[in-house]
Design a protein around this ligand. Structure first.
Ligand SMILES: *[C@@H]1O[C@H](CO)[C@@H](O)[C@H](O)[C@H]1NC(C)=O
Ligand SMILES: [Zn+2]
Length: 301
């Protein structure tokens, strides 16, 4: 009985992994993006979108608050789920609150997309890390996905650099044990310790908008927070992720969803004012106006 249950579980997991996928861009650059069904095809608040400074609404909120993100995670789990590399098993609740958020959100899992899903001013980045949070008032992700305030995803973009990213490297070091098709959905441990903070650059400027999960069921339950500050990564590092298999002898070379229609949604650009330390602000000699000016300038390049 036990044995059958295990088989049933794993067959389900495998069939779920192959039910939907990404176009094979190696084979044909112009291959149409597959239909994933349901909300993915007919939703009106889908993600990702192109984030652009022109047309964004200026927002001002209290600072985002991160609890336990700086804690070193000594025994994170990692899986190849056939669509991405996903980390879970955080020692304590990592809680995100503040900003425009209505509640406390706790980290459920972290995964990545290569290339980025969101673009900023039409620019795509080589890697996007998604830190997926569940609203604490809901008991689990499947419940949370039913409510528009159910999920918050912090999106972090990485830009191409010659400098290897240390935090990403500590994940890559354990990739070999999950790369092959036979290892899909079998968790491995990340050997290096890693603080989630190490994956997140400064959070003082970000886009936020109401959108969806970027994988089926594409539930429209996500408050997106996409940081405009980016971290460096080398293309060699990103290529390591591209070696994971989603089918026998088939490597997952791309796992980003195509851009979705904005449909006249409010996309808010938040430039955080440093309130808690006026000293720091005056030392930097930067008022909000200058910061905004710099941001706009940067985005127009
Ligand atoms: C999520 O929570 C609901 C309500 O407590 C429960 O009925 C459901 O089985 C849970 N789902 C999962 C996948 O744990
Ligand atoms: Zn994602």
């Amino acid at each position: 009985m036990h044995f059958l249950a295990v088989i049933a579980c794993c067959l389900l997991a495998l069939s779920a992994a192959s039910e939907w996928g990404y176009p094979d861009l190696d084979n044909n650059q112009d291959e149409a993006f597959p239909k994933w069904g349901g909300l993915c095809d007919n939703g009106k608040k889908q993600s990702p979108i192109n984030l652009h400074v022109k047309g964004a609404l200026k927002g001002e909120f209290s600072a985002l608050k991160f609890e336990n993100f700086d804690e070193e995670q000594g025994s994170l789990q990692m899986v190849n789920n056939g669509h991405s590399i996903q980390l879970s098993g955080f020692a304590h609740d990592l809680t995100l609150s503040g900003g425009g958020l209505v509640s406390d959100y706790v980290v459920e899992q972290i995964h990545m997309h290569w290339w980025s899903e969101h673009t900023i001013n039409d620019i795509r980045y080589p890697l996007e890390v998604h830190i997926v949070h569940r609203n604490k008032i809901y008991p689990n992700m499947s419940m949370a996905a039913n409510f528009k305030d159910g999920i918050t995803v912090l999106g972090v973009l990485y830009h191409v650099s010659n400098t290897p990213n240390e935090a990403i490297d500590s994940i890559i070091k354990s990739l070999d044990s999950v790369k092959s098709y036979e290892r899909i959905n079998i968790p491995a441990h990340i050997e290096d310790s890693l603080a989630v903070d190490d994956l997140v650059p400064s959070v003082d400027t970000y886009f936020t908008y109401a959108g969806s999960l970027t994988t089926p069921t594409c539930a429209e339950a996500v408050t997106w927070i996409v940081l405009t500050n980016t971290f460096p990564v080398t293309l060699d590092q990103v290529n390591q992720f591209k070696e994971i298999e989603y089918e026998k002898d088939k490597q997952l070379h791309n796992n980003y969803r195509e851009l979705q229609s904005e449909n006249n949604r409010a996309v808010v650009l938040v430039v955080q004012q440093e309130r808690s330390s006026a000293d720091q602000l005056s030392t930097l000699g930067m008022g909000l106006t200058l910061l905004l000016g710099l941001a706009v300038h940067k985005f127009q390049l």
